[in-house]
Design a protein around this ligand. Sequence first.
Ligand code: HEC
Length: 166
Amino acid sequence: MKNAVVGVLVLLILGVAGWVASNGGAYNGGEHGKVIADMGDRSNAATMKVEEKDDRQKENDKLNALRDKAGNAGAFKVSQAYKSKCSSCHGVNGSGFQNGKPMMGPKLFGQTSEEIYKKLIDFKSGRKENVVMKGLLIPLSEEDLKTFADEIGEFPARAKAAAEAK
Ligand code: HEC
């Protein structure tokens, strides 16, 4: 029981740390970003990170424009499990966006169940490194992962059905 509490706390801290790392001023190309860029060679790694973010931001802007055009794929039903365990980082519809802003987790919408399942297994086994996802998947069984993967793989069909029902 104690272990479970510690586990949850660790997850929480990792989550916040990750969020800060991806949303903090230094990575948003704001004033802090410029300061880091100005430091030039001494902090090449940090500078690269800023540029990477700029590219990602551009990609995201493009995606946003597309999404606006398509008329937000928006609302369809997802499971309580997805809502409580995944949507905080990947979005309620797996878009990876919230109010037009990129979230911490990447877009899942549009990937097949097989693709998602493979990625989840890779995180869980440590073949793909990500502390956030790995920590999150520790308490989940492979069957749980399959269930999540199957659900996420269905998102496009669900979005289509929801749009047609309007
Ligand atoms: C605390 C935030 C957070 C939560 C909660 C979270 N994820 Fe993630 N997820 C991430 C981050 C960050 C990445 C990117 C990791 C990387 O690529 O290194 C990611 C990556 C993924 C990927 C790989 C996507 C790709 O295309 O590479 C899948 C699949 C995924 N998450 C599924 C889930 C599922 C299913 C849940 C719920 C059980 C979930 N995630 C909950 C943060 C989160």
